[in-house]
Design a protein around this ligand. Structure first.
Ligand SMILES: Cc1ncc(COP(=O)(O)O)c(C=O)c1O
Length: 350
């Protein structure tokens, strides 16, 4: 049987089920509601693609994009590795630091790829349960990490799906009191604005992940960045496949970076819209609103299931969770028009 031949981690693997996207309004994946490249930068995007020699391999170290991103974020090119989204960034980190049987940890609920990639890489993953308010206990992270010689600790801030923001002093406490690699995933930080990127200068065990999938409206491009101390970066780079990023993605990503003013304008629109949606969600019966810090709002309420069904009925897809997060919905912030439709349905239910 083929099943007996595949690696153990895959035999009983629950394959990720992509959500059927046959909805009028898709608010389930924390994507940007606007196709900024096509709507606002199409000419520049086409020009950039025209200049790509598709018959040639990309530069093996994505040098142009890394340099541009380094300038954008205030680092040197050697601090930056470009990856196929943050997902690849997580895999590169895992391949670089986790031997078979090594442990990675994270407070949960959080982004599922930390665990999936660690386990696929034959590592072990330890979930650190959060309290009912989905607040993280950093003392527990430190204790569990030390007891299990954790090689990697994932800190997702703002956290997906809880919106939890790790206090800077807590992150420093984790760095100071463990020997682990501390990965700070800032996929949603553009919507909050208090980055801990400078901590890569505090310790060479700190790695920061960034992506163009959220605030930059580039989920389809598959571009992300790993930022770290230069020596750390050189090891990470060694476990990245050459030519990982397509020249087309690289060229288009540079258009977005060159036009950050447009990207920023839309981030501000999303932040304003988020407040509008939040005011309505707050009125849902017995609602517990988790920290609102990213381009989504997560809340718990006895009305969650009823609301979920009513939204589906109206062609609006949002994210609900299994037993691990009962009565909880995560709703991405859409366009003004989409949010209007969303608010209308929420008002019917509350
Ligand atoms: C916290 C977090 N990190 C990383 C990612 C992966 O993003 P990418 O599209 O860059 O692979 C996601 C995607 O939803 C996410 O929520």
């Amino acid at each position: 049987m083929i099943k007996d031949m595949v690696v153990k981690a895959l035999r009983d693997y629950e394959f990720y089920q992509a959500v059927d996207q046959n909805y009028d309004v898709i608010l389930n994946a924390n994507e940007h509601h606007m196709d900024i490249l096509n709507e606002k930068l199409q000419d520049k995007m086409i020009e950039a693609i025209k200049n790509v020699s598709i018959n040639r391999y990309p530069h093996p170290n994505n040098i142009s994009l890394r340099k541009k991103y380094a300038d954008f974020i205030g680092l040197d090119t050697e601090n930056v590795i470009a990856t196929v989204g943050s997902d690849e960034g997580i895999r590169v980190i895992s391949d670089t630091f986790l031997e078979a049987g090594d442990v990675a940890v994270s407070a949960v609920p959080t982004f599922s790829m930390y665990k999936e990639i660690a386990v696929l890489g034959k590592g072990k993953f330890i979930n650190i349960e959060s309290d009912d308010a989905l607040s993280v206990d950093v003392e527990k992270i430190i204790k569990v990490s030390n007891e299990n010689n954790a090689k990697v600790i994932y800190i997702c801030s703002p956290n997906n799906p809880s919106g939890y923001i790790y206090k800077r002093e807590d992150i420093i406490k984790v760095i100071d009191n463990t020997k682990s690699i501390v990965v700070i995933d800032e996929a949603y930080m553009d919507f909050y604005g208090e980055s801990n990127l400078d901590l890569i200068n505090y310790s060479n065990r700190v790695i920061v992940l960034k992506t163009m999938s959220k605030a930059f409206a580039g989920a389809g491009l598959r571009v992300g960045f790993i930022l770290s101390d230069k020596e750390t970066s050189s090891y990470l780079d060694a476990s990245r496949l050459p030519y990982n990023l397509s020249s087309v993605s690289e060229a288009i990503a540079m258009v977005l970076l060159d036009n950050y003013d447009i990207v920023k304008e839309e981030i501000d629109v999303i932040i304003n819209e988020r407040e509008r949606v939040k005011k309505v969600i707050e009125k849902i019966d017995d609602v517990t609103l988790f920290p609102v810090s990213a381009n989504f709002i997560t809340f718990r309420s006895k009305k969650a299931e009823e609301l979920y069904l009513k939204l589906e009925e109206n062609g609006i897809s949002v994210r609900k969770f299994g037993d691990e997060l009962k009565d909880t919905l995560r709703i991405s912030i859409g366009s003004k028009e989409e949010n209007k439709k969303l608010i209308e349905v929420i008002k019917e239910v509350i």
